[in-house]
Design a protein around this ligand. Structure first.
Ligand code: FRU
Length: 486
């Protein structure tokens, strides 16, 4: 333990004592300098991928499960832990939802609302579909909840799908209206497989995708297949279409800036096969930062919204982040949509979810450890935006008008000592020309999430300054700082 860690540890103990003496309920079991205020993080111990997210349209709660080691702050025996939120900002921790058993530990997966009891566990029962990992392999199991996702009973016939290869995991299940059956998309080494089922218990192989598409610098994990409506019906590949399908695919290592990242493919799903419209050797990235992984979407989100959340970390250093009682936080929730860039390519737009945009408070001159900053930058001129503190730590962002890129340099952002892979400089292409770029920065205690105009690109990076950045300098543009209301 370093001096800094010992200090943080003592600080956390002091906070526990102080909060337990006051009448106010503590938001978390522990607080510490890098505990974010409007991002979801576990009360204590380790977290990785978001799992099993579904929206309950009766209680209006957003359910979020996540990969969790309840015994320590590094990756270990995986459980699903559970949190719920009325607004995607305030999260109530609900403890362990699914724990390991003789079949294996509980890896990533998804949850659906089985409205018509296709699985036979009752109407409107929540069914979780997840990977069980053990020494001899990875298998898919299910568990059902008759109390709206609060407690789960494991199906006695588990596993429901036995693995035949080493990496066989992270099932995302959805109800396919084209064929009136469930579809499971599963990450299988460096491709995905599709399975179908009428009852969530028996699964039949349909097809595979990806062996010759996208990035292959690592294992494919946590896939998702999403139907995305188009603003208007249009001719695509010789057919009138009102929707396209997007396949989200997380890859580790092999990300754009090293380690973990999220790629996606745009195409068509006919109920059996995914046909990709992108060039095979093209990789489209959902985020241009280093800390955006395991991103998947909520099932049953309201108003046909497509709401995603990612784990804000990277397997290169996730186990070494300089927090004390907990490790890792999730990104803010983001609404996804499709748009065409200047080259006529379909891209996925990533906007902070409306709930997150609503936390924007009063305009202020004071930059603290949580804020929203709106930048207005001229598309024809270079701009440099520097966030800094009294210790000389800084994050330098720049718009390069010639290259048409936006980048973020965190090499001098604060503590980078815990991993040689942390000090990084990340760059996003500006896919659409604008006379003025409107870029939004969401700042929390240890993160910066940048969103391009209309969500045309996103960039998510962790930072660990020893004091909050309290100064902003903008060359070649304007910045407005807003408080956070949460
Ligand atoms: C992705 C991942 C998944 C797996 C889980 C294990 O981060 O490796 O593929 O299910 O984490 O915790």
């Amino acid at each position: 333990m370093t001096m800094k860690h010992s200090f943080l540890f003592l600080f956390s103990i002091l906070l526990i004592v102080l909060t337990s003496c006051s009448n106010k309920p503590a938001r978390h079991l522990t607080d510490e300098p890098f505990r974010s205020v409007y991002h979801h993080s576990p009360s204590q111990n380790w977290m990785n991928d978001p799992n099993g997210m579904f929206y309950d349209d009766v209680t209006h709660l957003w359910h979020l499960y996540y990969q969790h080691n309840p015994f320590g702050t590094t990756w270990g025996p995986m459980h699903w832990a559970h949190a719920v939120s009325p607004d995607l900002i305030h999260w109530e921790q609900k403890g362990i939802a699914i724990a390991p058993d003789s079949i294996g530990t509980i890896f990533s997966g998804s949850a659906v609302i089985d409205r018509y009891s296709t699985a036979g566990f009752g109407e409107n029962v929540v069914v979780a579909i997840y990977t069980q990992s053990e020494i001899c392999g990875q298998h898919q199991s299910i568990a059902y909840s008759q109390d709206g996702g609060m407690t789960f009973t494991k199906y006695e016939g588990n596993p429901v799908l036995m693995g035949d290869i080493a990496d066989f995991r992270d099932p995302k299940v959805f109800w396919d209206e084209q064929t009136n059956r469930w579809v499971m998309i599963l990450a299988c080494q460096q491709e995905v497989r599709f399975y179908s089922s009428v009852n969530l218990r028996e699964w039949q192989y349909e097809s595979s995708f990806g062996a010759t598409y996208g990035g292959h610098g690592g294992v494919w994990e946590c896939p998702d297949l999403i139907k995305m409506p188009l603003e208007s019906e249009q001719m695509i590949n010789g057919k009138m279409a009102s929707e396209l399908w997007v396949l989200l695919l997380n890859i580790n290592p092999g990300g754009l800036f090293g380690g973990s990242a999220t790629q996606y493919f745009v195409g068509e799903w006919d109920g059996t096969t995914f046909t990709c419209f992108d060039e095979p050797n093209e990789t489209k990235w959902l985020d241009y930062g280093k800390d955006h992984y395991a991103t998947v979407t909520w099932n049953n989100a309201p108003d046909h919204r497509i709401v995603a959340i990612g784990w804000m970390s990277n397997w290169q250093y996730a186990n070494n982040l300089p927090t004390v009682a907990f490790r890792s936080q999730n990104t803010i929730a983001r609404d996804l949509s499709l748009y065409k860039d200047d080259a006529g390519e379909w891209r996925v737009g990533v906007m902070p979810s409306p709930e997150l945009l609503a936390i924007k408070g009063e305009q202020t001159k004071v930059l603290g450890d949580a804020a929203i900053i709106e930048l207005e930058l001229d598309g024809k001129q270079n701009a440099v935006i520097t966030l800094s503190n009294e210790k000389g730590e800084k994050v330098v962002m720049s718009l390069d008008a010639h290259r048409q890129t936006f980048s973020m340099d965190r090499t001098a952002s604060g503590d980078c000592s815990f991993s040689q892979d942390f000090a990084a400089h990340t760059t996003a292409p500006l896919f659409v020309h604008h006379d003025t770029h409107h870029i939004t920065l969401f700042i929390d205690h240890c993160s910066i999430e940048a969103f391009g105009t209309d969500g045309e690109w996103a960039m998510t990076n962790l930072v660990f300054p020893s004091e909050p950045y309290n100064h902003i300098d903008v060359q070649g543009g304007k910045a407005a700082i807003y408080d956070i209301n949460y």
